[in-house]
Design a protein around this ligand. Structure first.
Ligand code: OAD
Length: 230
């Protein structure tokens, strides 16, 4: 079975109503990265950071997967599909994808600030954490999110997956944030790369096939193109 590896970013979930970061009106226009997405910001004002992720978590619980997510899940009937996502929502899993690696953490999980191995899962009924919510060892809980300036624990695993890809598909990421954006460098030479995005993305990799569409339409077009290659 052909192994299709899919790298996704915020644009993958845009049609599910989840805001992207760097588009006009995106999250980083309304919030400063330093305030809400760094360990220093959390030290300075933990309440602000918890509120930011509480709001995003509630929105993510309410969102439903779009046709792009479900299309990728359906592709598992014909291909081995590995999804590597920068997204912290769980829309790929909820659409039915069975092999999903989260590079930047997961919104529905929180962890101990003292012991990162103590991870807890929140539910839609109880989607918030507050100052004073503690792990079983008595330390404050924080979002299970990779903040700027923190290590990306899953990156080695992701590199290994990209190295064995027969085809790489990149969907809805501006490729601004490393090390995720550098994953494209790990494909075997000659591996076809498809890039789905309605806007221009600066990706100077040889032989990139651009599909200038949103995720839903783009995944449909991709499936047709791959079918034609069979
Ligand atoms: P960006 O906001 O940087 O980029 C979103 C991309 O999605 C852009 O290229 C848009 O053109 C594209 N896009 C918009 N609508 C789309 C649609 N309907 N279908 C497909 N694509 C669409 O988001 P990311 O590249 O994911 O990290 O950002 C990477 C990381 O930066 C995030 O994981 C987050 C952020 O800071 C952390 O918070 C650690």
């Amino acid at each position: 079975m052909k192994h299709i590896v899919v790298l996704t970013g915020a644009g993958m979930s845009a049609e599910s109503g989840i805001a992207t970061f760097r588009d006009s009106g995106g999250l980083w226009e309304q919030h400063s990265i330093e305030d809400v997405a760094t360990p220093e910001g959390f030290c300075r004002n933990p309440q602000l950071v918890l509120d930011f992720y509480n709001a995003r978590r509630k929105a993510a619980f309410e969102a439903i997967p779009n046709k792009g997510h479900t299309g990728l899940a359906e592709m598992e009937r014909e291909y081995k599909v590995s999804v590597i996502t920068q997204n912290v929502d769980s829309l790929h899993e909820r659409a039915g994808s069975t092999d999903v690696l989260h590079l930047h953490g997961e919104l529905d999980k929180v962890r101990s600030t003292a012991d990162p191995s103590l991870i807890y899962t929140l539910t839609a009924d109880n989607p918030e954490i507050h100052l004073g919510d503690k792990c079983e060892k008595g330390s404050q809980l924080r979002p299970h999110i990779v903040w700027f300036g923190e290590a990306v624990p899953m990156i080695e695993k992701a590199m290994g997956i990209v190295r064995v890809a027969d085809t790489l598909v990149v969907i809805g990421t501006s490729l601004n944030v490393y090390p995720a954006a550098g994953l494209l460098n790990y494909v075997k030479s000659g591996t076809p790369i498809y890039l789905i995005d309605p806007n221009e993305v600066k990706a100077s990799y040889p032989g990139v096939h651009f599909i200038r569409k949103g995720a839903s339409e783009g995944v449909e077009e991709l499936r047709g193109l791959l079918e034609g290659l069979k």
